[in-house]
Design a protein around this ligand. Structure first.
Ligand code: URA
Ligand code: SF4
Length: 215
């Protein structure tokens, strides 16, 4: 199966999934969206009301802030892939339970294996904790772990995980919002700029190589 076919199969499975109780109250599952060939992925916690309604990640108020933060560092949300740890909305936006996370995680792992990202931005403490667990890193707390680059092996990939505050938590809390904005400006932008420069250089040397081979 080609990578495109694997993605279609995965999305189809998520859209029809009933592996955990979250399928009971959800309207639309939210597999994720964006650039599947990007080496950068943003991972949130779980769909909220607007996401459940539309089937798209980060389209409510938290999503608006995330979109603004991405634009503030010179990119568009379509440049990257955006998804969540669990793909269905927990009733009344409660935290996802451990067994729900466990049921859903294989989808995220498959997404990572298909995408092979180099940088994961973990949005919020749930995403941070779950991804640190997967990578065998020790999660302490968001205030201790945010805004730093952690090199790790996850789903057989060498990646950098950057945890930061969840945009929803920053909406009504100016000090968290400042931390989130500082993380984007000082850490996330640098890491993404460097990664995309690297991708561009690789593309150019491949083009040169092809040119030399043919000439
Ligand atoms: N919060 C999340 O964690 N994910 C979304 O998709 C929307 C809000
Ligand atoms: Fe399936 Fe995940 Fe939705 Fe649970 S949250 S029903 S495991 S897609």
């Amino acid at each position: 199966m080609s990578i495109e076919e694997e993605w279609i199969k995965l999305e189809h499975e998520v859209l029809n999934c009933r592996k955990c109780r979250l399928h009971e109250a959800r309207r639309k599952p939210v597999p994720g969206e964006g650039n599947k060939t990007s080496t950068v992925i943003f991972i949130g916690e779980a769909p909220g009301e607007k996401e459940d309604e539309s089937g798209r990640p980060f389209v409510g108020p938290a999503g608006k802030l995330l979109t603004e933060l991405i634009e503030s560092i010179g990119y568009k949300r379509e440049n990257f892939y955006i998804t969540n740890i669990v793909k269905c909305r927990p009733p009344n936006n409660r935290d996802p339970l451990d067994d729900e996370i466990e049921s859903c995680l294989p989808y995220l792992v498959r997404q990572l294996q298909l995408m092979k990202p180099k940088i994961i931005i973990a949005l919020g403490r749930h995403a941070g904790r779950v991804l640190f667990d997967l990578a065998g890193l020790k999660w302490i707390s968001m205030s201790a772990n945010h805004g730093k680059v952690y090199r790790a092996k996850l789903a057989d990939l060498d990646i950098k995980i950057i945890p930061t505050y969840h945009p929803a938590s920053a909406l009504y809390n100016p000090s968290l919002r400042k931390n989130l904005e500082d993380d984007f400006r000082n850490v996330i932008k640098k890491a993404i700029d460097e990664e995309l420069r690297h991708v561009e250089n690789k593309k150019q040397s491949r083009t040169l190589f092809d040119f030399l081979r043919k000439s």
